[in-house]
Design a protein around this ligand. Sequence first.
Ligand code: AMP
Ligand code: MG
Length: 389
Amino acid sequence: TDNVLLAEADGRVLAADLLARRDSPPHDNSAMDGFALSLADLSVDQPTRLPVIGQALAGYPYIDPVPSGMTVRITTGGGIPTGADTVIMQEQCRIAADGGWIEVGPVVAAKLKSGENIRRCGEDVRAGTVLLSQGVRLRPPNVALAAGQGIAALTVIRRLRVAVVSTGDELCGPGVELPPGRIYESNRPLLIGLLQRLGCTVTDLGILRDDRAILRPALRAAAATHDVLVTSGGVSVGTADLVKDLIAELGTLDLWRLAIKPGKPVAFGRLGDCMTLGLPGNPVSAMVTLLLFARPLLLKRMGAQPDEPVRWRVSADFAFRRPPGQREWLRARLRFDSDRRPWAVVYHTHSSGALSSLVWADGLVELPEESAGVAHGDPVDYLPFSGLE
Ligand code: AMP
Ligand code: MG
């Protein structure tokens, strides 16, 4: 675990249940700017005039009891003085020009309920209850809740150490003129960014050639110093696809190939204690398998509470035919019609090499294994990328 200041806690995973130390709010206080009074003092037959004997401002409580038939001015957050049981909004009173008294009409008085406009001690948080539970991924409101308890630092689970490597003889880094037949490498910024957003500490191991003599020691060294190794490329069935063979040779290959599209050749294994994810090289396949397969695994490994991807049932604004038998994700965007009903629009090409489609899309449409396609207007599941962070 790490002990981190609240300012550094966003995105981290809480290591243990955190109990509330105190009630919040710590005292009854006003939800409005107005006057604190005793409801029993107000007549419902005629206007009631109450002298204003003091004020209870936020941070500056009125210490003495408020005698019957009198009131004190109060601001939002001001503590409710003893003797008062209700706050009346200042807009609902007639206030003397010098502020020395208020008058409350009978209609307003009849509508006012005892306790109105008062936020009770402990109504937000009760001392001793679980404030934040173990495994929660801290977001700004979680951190704020801890701050509201006077807590300065939180114990969180240490970040997962993840190594990322791209494999492929055709891959070039930036800054060189592209030789014939080669492409610039693009999966590392994609995968590293997604992994960092999940709270991992990422080591960039660069680009490695499709060569056992190079890959073998590199994978072994990465596994020895990381919790997770994420590779891209080299898990399919071509002669240059060496990564999955090396996982089997150096450790255990637990899973290879799923009935999914994109991402079919994805491989999962272990090199010692290091979880190893062999993602396919096509950018779309790499991103989809990272989000839908690696993400839950990483969250579990980092001690976070599991979550399901957010799914919305929307109407297909496209038609698509396909043979059943595999789960498939289409890059999609939502469009809202004049009734504000959501429709999923899909990208014009389904190529898993099209990085531009990932920039265009803000989520995925999921087709289940048995689906033979989608007709325009059919209900489909839409998974926003924002639900996969
Ligand atoms: P592979 O999974 O190694 O068979 O690669 C599948 C496709 O993805 C090939 O067209 C590769 O050139 C491409 N590819 C593999 N790795 C990368 C990468 N890091 N950046 C961009 N494209 C890649
Ligand atoms: Mg390759």
